[in-house]
Design a protein. Structure first.
Length: 69
């Protein structure tokens, strides 16, 4: 898992702020859909919620780093 996380962070760092914003919107939509599926007992892989939440945090962190520079 650590290798994929590192690669994902590197991908995010290579993107522009506009691309990161688009990724953030997409991740938040996915999180909403996952929560909705979970509430209606249609979600099979509940660990995906945690993964998406962490990805949102990663995107927001990279965005903050880029805006400070």
């Amino acid at each position: 898992m650590a290798v994929r996380t590192k690669e994902y962070k590197d991908e995010l760092k290579a993107k522009s702020l506009e691309e990161l914003t688009a990724d953030l919107v997409a991740a938040k939509k996915e999180l909403f859909n996952l929560k909705f599926q979970n509430a209606t007992n249609q979600l099979e892989n509940t660990s995906r919620i945690k993964e998406v939440r962490k990805n949102i945090a990663r995107i927001q962190t990279i965005m903050a780093e880029k805006s400070n520079n």
